[in-house]
Ligand binder design. Structure first.
Ligand code: G4P
Length: 195
């Protein structure tokens, strides 16, 4: 997606060979117009898949998911990473280990919001080692719902997550796929979306 790749090129800061900082439009300050364009792009790609629900994970997955949900006319459910005062029982839960942060979180979604009737589009901001997406896939499976695919804003294609998920036969659409962050430069793969 050219708009997104241009934004990354202009505003992204390469912090190391593994980490790209995009807090001017995605991870802290949020660019609503760009999020709308991203959400509409996911919606266009999945418009014929019978999606009934978007599933994401707090916090940075929520903004692009909202616009995809708005365009597709379906609700957005986000997995929580922390215990909620009101969300205590009847949960689907999964463990997500972050290699980046070296911590493991229980993520959860209420059983009220996901069922065997659902066809799910999973959306997240970054795909690195794939642990967050694997946790969401686990929750969708627990609900006996169907996953139509995974929409990712920025994939770091040089890390393992994309391969692990595609090897399972799951469709992954990344709107920007980064080949390398070496020498302080962002280099993209030519083909940003793969099935
Ligand atoms: P994984 O789920 O693909 O295995 O990712 P990993 O554990 O490596 O990443 C943990 C957190 O760090 C996730 O956000 C993920 O989106 C984010 N992340 C991973 N690589 C990068 C990167 O290069 N740049 C930025 N900006 N973020 C990265 P999170 O902790 O869930 O945060 P948030 O969604 O609440 O913002």
């Amino acid at each position: 997606m050219k708009l997104l790749k241009d934004k990354i090129a202009q505003e992204g800061k390469v912090l190391s060979e593994n980490v790209l900082k995009v807090d001017t439009f995605l991870n802290h300050q949020i660019d609503p117009e760009l999020m709308q364009a991203i959400g509409e792009e996911f919606a266009t790609r999945y418009k014929d898949e019978g999606i009934t629900k978007i599933v994401t994970i707090e916090s940075s997955g929520i903004a692009p998911s909202m616009f995809a949900g708005l365009t597709l006319g379906v609700p957005v459910v986000f997995a929580r990473k922390r215990k909620s005062l009101t969300l205590t029982d009847n949960l689907y839960t999964s463990k997500v280990h972050s290699f980046t942060k070296n911590e493991t979180n229980d993520i959860s979604i209420s059983q009220n919001f996901l069922s065997s009737d659902d066809v799910v589009l999973i959306i997240d901001d970054f795909l690195a080692n794939g642990q967050a997406v694997l946790g969401l896939l686990d929750i969708v499976e627990q609900a006996n719902a169907k996953t139509a695919g995974v929409g990712i804003v920025i994939e770091k294609g040089f890390q393992t997550g994309g391969g692990i998920i595609r090897e399972r036969g799951i469709r992954v659409d990344s709107l920007a796929n980064i080949k390398s962050l070496a020498n302080g430069k962002v280099e993209f793969f030519e083909e940003a979306s793969t099935r």
